[in-house]
Design a protein around this ligand. Structure first.
Ligand code: ZN
Length: 279
């Protein structure tokens, strides 16, 4: 069993939504509620609760209800989940979490800086008890029992600056902040016009995206030679956090994306016999 946690002090950020391009103020407010609640101050403080049924994935992970949405949750949620923060109010005055530098580093450092406070409530990590395999064309996720949370991720692009990248990491707050949180979003220059036509990537820039032309990274240097696969792990952690509880098991993802990530979350929530509480 582990204690539920919140942050010790309020933290504020200002930035731009990577898709909307709009400026946004974000505040993380300590709470004893035992859950993560989003509040849109621009919609009369309308509150949103995280629930996998209300998640849509299209180039990012978005919470959608009939009253409004909160877009691009994944990097922020990854920070909370890895640090065991499950009680918090997240206030914003726009529809999208600010992209900051395209990574989770600002959020991770801020949480470390203010520190965490334990709450009376308890939670049980969920342990994977049997293997499962989800496949979608040449992409797949396999999950097997393990004694810790391990993520292995493999990507393969024809692009000469990416090619094949493969990384396996045990997820804990220290590894996350050193190895995963600083890895930035990446995008291909040639795809920008099509994305922008769909209202996506309107806030994308050299300051929040590793941009690739046909052969090179335009705005290097990279933070790691394999920054791309590290960012995919960041996105996966953010998506997996929608399970709501800490997890123990080995997740092995090949060529994943948000939609496939969400399939494993939904599978585990619909098939609880694959999980058992680790007490
Ligand atoms: Zn991302």
């Amino acid at each position: 069993m582990a204690a539920k946690k919140t942050i010790k002090k309020e933290v504020a950020f200002f930035g731009f939504g990577i898709h909307s391009g709009k400026p946004v103020d974000l505040r993380l407010i300590p709470s004893d509620s035992g859950e993560i609640v989003f509040r849109r101050s621009d919609l009369k403080n309308l509150e949103f609760r995280l629930s996998p049924e209300n998640i849509k994935t299209k180039n990012c992970t978005t919470l959608v209800t009939d009253k409004g949405k909160i877009q691009t949750l994944e990097h922020l949620l990854a920070v909370f989940w890895v640090n065991g923060i499950d009680s918090l109010t997240i206030e914003l005055n726009q529809e999208e979490i600010p992209s900051m530098d395209g990574s989770a580093l600002h959020f991770a450092r801020a949480v470390q800086r203010v520190g965490l406070r334990e709450l009376p409530g308890k939670k049980s990590p969920q342990k994977i008890t049997q293997s499962l395999f989800i496949q979608e064309e040449d992409a797949s996720i396999s999950v097997v029992p393990d004694n810790e949370l391990r993520i292995t991720y493999q990507i393969e692009y024809e692009h000469p600056s990416i090619k094949k990248q493969d990384l396996s990491i045990v997820v804990n707050p220290e590894n996350f902040e050193m190895e995963i949180a600083p890895a930035r979003t990446f995008g291909f220059l040639e795809e920008v016009p099509a994305l922008q036509k769909q209202g996506l990537a309107l806030g994308g820039s050299y300051n929040n995206t590793v941009v690739l032309d046909e052969t090179n990274v335009i705005n290097g240097p990279l933070r790691y030679p394999d920054e791309f696969v590290r960012h995919k792990i960041l996105d996966f952690i953010g998506d997996l956090s929608l399970i709501g509880e800490p997890m123990i098991g080995h997740f092995n993802v090949k060529k994943g994306g948000h939609a496939l990530h969400l399939r494993v979350v939904r599978f585990l929530l619909e098939n609880p016999e694959y999980l058992s509480p680790d007490r």
